[in-house]
Ligand binder design. Structure first.
Ligand SMILES: *Cc1c(COP(=O)(O)O)cnc(C)c1O
Length: 429
């Protein structure tokens, strides 16, 4: 019989050679399996709010190790960590090629914790536009209360990023790749270079890319962040967030998390680890399906415009091709029609659910004008770059043929704008 220690040895050997392994191998085996419970293959859900000590000497050994930076393989209290959480953190670090990772209760918990931990009053952030609405809101509304100023610069304009730097004051450049909803792709190397040149930390929210399609740390980016609620969890059943980076910085974030208290629950960590195992196969299929959907839509007469970084018509096609191994599972497009025709099309789809979010096994569809920008008028939406006929389609893992057939059927039922114009010309005044 193999002893538990042998298994740990084997896991350590595997985990120390992660660069040689493929994504799916890392998604299933990455990280050191430090748990020792019952020779279980899966990581147990350690549903415990606190952790006990055998006696006072045991307690003092632990405290000494913590104080003097020695090795400990345990926690003292659930707000500081938990074996179910360590497992998923190590797995995610292995996937992103990072020294370490810290997991939070949501993607926004990750964003807000990173910024609150590092920033001081009076500092400055640069952010590219077309970024996650709540991230922008946190910076513009909440950080502004501490005198932290945020400059928003156009995505893809690297001179604008550099020009926005205020020496001695700018602390972060924050970008996303691909962005929501226009799937803009930032050039990782150029952003990292600007950051290094000016001593500014760089952060990429790579939620839409996943570590399968893009690994920003390999280009010299300081922090990569994901809403693990999306592809990483992958089943629309758990909220989580993660930040990967250099060990010392991640340790500081973990210490701060112990103060903020926004760590993930052990049950949710278990679901996340379970989801991660299929990340490679899910994302590969979603990449393929989304590309097929994008090509289908681009050729369809009732579609005005398609945004997908895997299409040569996309402004960031070349950058995406250079640095991504797949273009992701989200396709945005504009229906040839108004708000109502677009809603009619969405209502006629049978496979995707109408819901915010993306990255799960179920296809989801939404009309950003009515989800994220409901309270705005058509003009106000246009001012923030959201058209009424815009649709965001996040493919799931259903068969591509079925998804395309469904879209085709749904499009067949909405008015054809070309025919409408013909009728207008011939029969109306
Ligand atoms: C969803 C999302 C977030 C926020 O994540 P939550 O897990 O919902 O808190 C941040 N960034 C991007 C790009 C997202 O899609």
């Amino acid at each position: 019989m193999t002893t538990t220690n042998d298994n740990i040895e084997k896991a350590i050997q595997q985990a120390t050679q992660p660069q040689k392994q493929g994504h799916s191998t890392r998604a299933v085996h990455g990280g050191v399996k430090r748990h020792k419970a019952y020779s279980a293959l899966t990581t147990p859900i350690v549903q415990s709010a606190t952790f006990t000590f055998k006696n006072t000497a045991d307690l003092c050994d632990f405290m000494d190790a913590k104080l003097y930076g020695g090795e400990t393989d345990r926690e003292e209290y659930g707000r500081y960590g938990n074996p179910s959480i360590w497992a998923v953190e190590e797995r995610l670090a292995a996937l992103d090629g990072a020294e370490d990772a810290v997991v939070y209760s949501s993607g926004m918990a990750a964003v807000t914790s990173l910024l609150l931990t590092v920033l001081r009053a009076g500092q400055h952030i640069i952010m590219t536009d077309d970024c996650y609405r709540r991230t922008r809101q946190f910076c513009k509304v909440f950080l502004a209360k501490f005198g932290i100023e945020t400059s928003v610069v156009p995505m893809g304009d690297y001179a604008a990023i550099e020009n926005a730097i205020q020496q001695g004051r700018t602390r972060f450049i924050i970008s996303e790749s691909p962005t929501n909803p226009y799937l803009r792709v930032a050039d990782m190397g150029r952003i990292a270079e600007i950051g290094k040149k000016h001593g500014v930390l760089t952060v990429i929210d790579a939620t839409f890319a996943t570590p399968i399609n893009l690994r920003p740390l390999e280009y010299g980016i300081d922090f990569v962040l994901h809403s693990a609620t999306k592809y990483i969890g992958g089943h629309n059943d758990v909220l989580a967030g993660v930040i990967c980076g250099e060990a010392g910085r991640i340790k500081a974030l973990k210490d701060a998390r112990g103060v903020f208290g926004n760590l993930i629950d052990p049950q949710a960590a278990f679901l996340l680890e379970r989801g991660i195992k299929t990340l490679g196969v899910r994302v590969q299929q979603q990449n393929e399906t989304a590309l097929a959907v994008a090509r289908f839509l681009e050729a369809h007469p009732k579609i005005e415009r398609v945004y997908y970084p895997g299409l040569p018509s996309h402004p960031d096609y070349e950058v995406a091709r250079k640095q991504m191994s797949g273009f992701g599972g989200v396709v945005s497009f504009e229906v040839a029609g108004d708000l109502e025709a677009t809603s009619l099309f969405i209502d006629r789809c049978r496979i995707p659910y109408i819901a915010p979010s993306l990255g799960g096994v179920e296809s989801l569809i939404e009309q950003p004008a009515l989800v994220s920008y409901y309270e705005l008028s058509t003009e106000e939406r246009l001012a923030v770059g959201i058209k009424n006929n815009l649709v965001r389609f996040a493919v799931g893992i259903e068969n591509a043929e079925d998804i395309i057939q469904d879209l085709e059927n749904a499009l067949a039922g909405i008015p054809d704008p070309k025919l409408e114009r013909e009728w207008e010309r011939h029969f109306r005044r």
